[in-house]
Ligand binder design. Sequence first.
Ligand code: DGL
Length: 271
Amino acid sequence: MNTSPIGVFDSGLGGLSTVRAIKKLMPNEDIVYFGDTGRVPYGTRSNETIETYTAQDIKFLRSFGCKMIVVACGTVSTVSSKIISDINEPSTGIVFPSAGAAAAATKNGKIGIMGTSATVNSGAFNKAIKQYNPEAEITAVPCPLLVSLVESNFINIDDEVANAAVEHYIKPIIENGCDTIILGCTHFPLLSPIIKKHVGEGVALIDSGLEEAKYVKTVLKEKGLENTPEHKGVQKYFVSDKTQNFSTVAGALLGEDITESCEFVDIFKYI
Ligand code: DGL
């Protein structure tokens, strides 16, 4: 048993899709979330910059004595894997949980990956999927505009811009006959309704936040780190900037308004 919080972070608000799933699957757990809303997006930056940001984000979360560090960002998970593997506490990124789920879900062995440019360039998802299924045929597409669309609240199912962008990015995945798509960026579950519209019902969408939360549950159980069953989990939210669309996007991801309970943190102090 361990009553310390789980630390979760993302470049912005997308990681709240992991928080949403943790809250549902592990209602007894306390969570500290950090969203680097002042510096999002990470996915178009150099690996060096992403690594610097990653180290700061982890340092901030570790100041809460977290029992597990959950990297709820595809870009950080794929680019900063060395830093993540050096964390003292148990930790996870989104790659292996999602790759395993996709390998289990596909029937024709054709898997699509939608991620940021940094994620796709890293090849980390391809490598992980191949470990589960060496024969898998993978179509990985960088979708750099989608993070900004989500952070700017262009998420309505009928939004013309979001539909045009999704249609553009999804094309090679459809053309190659993929029956399973990893939403390899935690912002993308917010675009699921639009993506579903373009790929049709027969294609499985792997929600990286949900798969990561399932894995966190397994780790806590295996290591005996679960909180007491009678405890009601409390969440603390921190961001590096309360952006204009913060409340709307966070509300859409969590189904609740966290505006009042969310605090600003000067992340530059964590060097
Ligand atoms: N949610 C982040 C991810 O999963 C967004 C990346 C970005 O900031 O570009 O990759």
